[in-house]
Design a protein around this ligand. Structure first.
Ligand SMILES: Cc1cc2nc3c(=O)[nH]c(=O)nc-3n(C[C@H](O)[C@H](O)[C@H](O)COP(=O)(O)OP(=O)(O)OC[C@H]3O[C@@H](n4cnc5c(N)ncnc54)[C@H](O)[C@@H]3O)c2cc1C
Length: 463
């Protein structure tokens, strides 16, 4: 056991572990509430998975929706979250999000953050994915945190162990290039270390059927926070629902995500044999799981010029232009030529498209039960207008969306359901919010909301 008594010690009000959206929101809220706050980040740069994300936030009843004639409200948001989560969500967390999301949206806008486009996403019965520049959000939050005069950001500082005094969490042991040090807290410690998409070991323990997914997400997301709280007896939730996300080119690099959801715009997905294998209007997590079982784990998004015309440049999941410019699409004037260029079985592909088109033209659900573009919303169109396109895509392990049990006040609960005093958690390291599958935009939304709650709680607890 380490001798942490001898380590250099600094006393602050609040320590936040992890510099993604949840950690930055927590740190900013704590400092805004008058707490001297340190933000620890193990990587040289802040950002984690947040910096790689599409910048889509799920909010309901906003001015932006109103301006586009979209009628939405928190009750509908909660209902949709429950539906897509298979009713396995912790309803208290959803209700808390319903109560806080308007305030979070205003908090962000008050700092100058703007939302330019609203899109329909997985699990949404109306368009509510509010798009923003995620890098701008990260920069704005960092600047606002430092501007409070109470914040300190320490990159290259990895939290390795939580300290507890028996009745409460009292600090953190940290490793950095300067050696080992200790931070004691008067208020609390917030765990915001993200998921474990980069930990082969934890994926093999909790999601052995998903290890075929391409590793993705922030490079520091190895489940450190989960392990540290586990050691103190924290409870876990939703571990059985880890699933990769379908829709990225097999050669996607970490510098620029290439997720495309052309299926929510009207594409179908076929395997190399030219056969569909899933209802494409379902969550991209459900599709991700189905795609892992296909030959080479490959699914082609096949569409025509009508769908191509719906591309929104610069908006994640919807940017077909970017992928065409990058040379990631197969394009042909006939389905036969497309199949041959993409090495898909041509006869089967023609047959598959013909059956799909018949169902669409007759206004019926197709053989997989698909009756709309996404989540029973949006009218399908037949795939008939050349040129035809195919985007080869695999399942990425972008996020794990499960973990520590928490209260609506972001307090971490132990395996018996009691609060671990002084310990808070927010973001992807927590379980209970999403249930079996997340809604598009809900992860950034809940990370910001519960990060903010955790920061306030930890700040207000200081003695
Ligand atoms: C390609 C991609 C696209 C996505 N698009 C969207 C989207 O548009 N909308 C949406 O809602 N969700 C999206 N997601 C999911 C979403 O981005 C994440 O779930 C969310 O950003 C997680 O935020 P977080 O703050 O919890 O964790 P992260 O942003 O991952 O931050 C965690 C941070 O903690 C640090 N850390 C870890 N361990 C330690 C330690 N021991 N000590 C110190 N620091 C540590 C990590 O290095 C990291 O910087 C996407 C994910 C990916 C990968």
């Amino acid at each position: 056991m380490e001798d942490d008594e001898g380590a250099r010690c600094r006393v602050v009000d609040v320590v936040v572990i992890g510099g993604g959206i949840a950690g930055l929101s927590a740190a900013l809220a704590a400092a805004e509430n008058g707490a001297d706050t340190v933000l620890l980040e193990k990587r040289p740069l802040l950002g984690g998975s947040t910096a790689m994300s599409g910048g889509l936030f799920a909010f309901a009843g906003t001015d932006e929706q109103l301006a586009q004639g979209i009628s939405d409200d928190p009750e509908r948001l909660i209902r949709d979250l429950r539906d897509v989560g298979g009713e396995r969500n912790d309803i208290r967390l959803l209700e808390a999000y319903g109560r806080h999301q308007t305030g979070v949206h205003r908090w962000m806008k008050a700092k100058g953050i703007t939302f330019d486009v609203i899109k329909l996403g997985a699990g949404q019965s109306v368009a509510r994915s509010h798009h923003t520049s995620i890098h701008e959000v990260l920069e704005t939050f960092q600047a606002a945190f430092l501007d409070t005069g109470r914040g300190d950001i320490l990159p290259d500082h990895r939290a390795v162990r939580l300290l507890d005094e028996g009745s409460r969490v009292s600090g953190v042991v940290v490793e950095s290039p300067g050696g080992r040090s200790r931070f004691d807290v008067r208020g609390g410690v917030v765990i915001a270390t993200g998921g474990f998409s980069r930990s082969r070991e934890l994926l093999e323990i909790f999601a052995p059927t998903q290890t075929g997914a391409l590793p993705y997400g922030g490079l520091g997301n190895t489940g450190d926070g989960l392990r540290m709280a586990w050691r103190l007896g924290a409870g876990f939730r939703d571990m059985g629902y880890v699933s990769g996300t379908y829709g990225s080119h097999p050669e996607t690099g970490p510098e620029q995500q290439e997720l495309l959801c052309a299926f929510y715009l009207g594409a179908i997905i076929v395997n190399k044999a030219g056969q569909r294998f899933v209802d494409e209007s379902l969550s991209y997590k459900v599709i991700g799981d189905a795609c892992l079982r296909q030959p080479d784990g490959l699914g082609f998004q096949v569409f025509d010029s009508r769908v191509r015309a719906k591309s929104t440049p610069g908006v994640a999941l919807n940017d077909i232009d970017f992928l065409e410019d990058k040379g990631r699409l197969f394009i042909a004037d006939t389905v036969d030529e497309l199949a041959s260029a993409a090495s898909i079985d041509g006869a089967e592909l023609k047959d598959t498209i013909a059956r799909y088109n018949d169902a669409v033209c007759l206004g019926r659900a197709d053989e997989f039960g698909r009756d709309a573009l996404c989540n029973h919303v949006g009218e399908r169109s037949p795939i008939t207008e050349p040129p035809f396109y195919a985007y080869p895509a695999k399942t990425l392990m972008t996020s794990t969306y499960c973990g520590l049990t928490v209260t609506p006040e972001a307090e971490v609960l132990d395996v018996e359901g009691s609060v671990i005093a002084g310990l808070y958690a927010a973001g992807e390291v927590t379980g209970g919010f999403h249930g079996i599958a997340p809604m598009t935009g809900a992860s950034l939304g809940m990370g910001t909301a519960f990060g903010r709650i955790a920061g306030c709680q930890a700040a207000n607890r200081r003695s």
